[in-house]
Design a protein around this ligand. Structure first.
Ligand code: RTP
Ligand code: MG
Length: 148
């Protein structure tokens, strides 16, 4: 089953949006296979956002993501990578459609509430950065039959 890495950023945690965000993915029909409230070290932040190293906002990005606790999650389901990006909305909340997470809860491109992997390669890389294999669960087949 396809898996993705999603994370409520420090602004979302401080604004008490963890429950709302988890609820949206649960109601959609995806399954939570790992989750933890954690602080991100400077090293982990630089690895996670490595693709943006040369961008002018890299320093701000690292400072922001290390500024407070985040809620890191792994979700699984059919097309979960692309569908969760749709549910998150455009990177810049001013372009994000209503009924998306960023469209409903964010106004600023830096403080845009949620991160989600953008491809199978980044999902695998990011899950590996944030979670050990033994921190992820598997569901019995019976439960799966309701949705998949
Ligand atoms: P994310 O990685 O956080 O899920 O967001 P994304 O794929 O939609 O956007 P990406 O291009 O990967 O950018 C990562 C984060 O960098 C911040 N950003 N700031 N100041 C700017 O112009 C700017 N552009 C991007 C955003 O917080 C974005 O989520
Ligand atoms: Mg990205």
């Amino acid at each position: 089953m396809e898996k993705t890495f999603l994370m409520v950023k420090p602004d979302g945690v401080q604004r008490n949006l963890i429950g709302e965000i988890v609820s949206r993915f649960e109601k959609k029909g995806f399954r939570l296979v790992g989750a933890k409230l954690m602080s991100i070290s400077q090293e982990l932040a630089e690895q996670h956002y490595g693709e943006h190293k040369e961008r002018p906002f890299f320093g701000e990005l690292v400072d922001f993501i290390t500024s407070g606790p985040v809620f890191a999650m792994v979700w699984e389901g059919e097309n979960v990578i692309a569908t969760s990006r749709q549910m998150m909305g455009a990177t810049n909340p001013k372009d994000a459609a209503a009924a998306t997470i960023r469209g409903d809860f964010a106004v600023n491109v830096g403080k845009n509430v949620i991160h989600g992997s953008d491809s199978p390669e980044s999902a695998e890389r990011e899950i590996g950065l944030f979670f050990k294999q033994e921190e992820l669960v598997e569901y019995p087949k019976l439960i799966s039959q309701w949705v998949y």
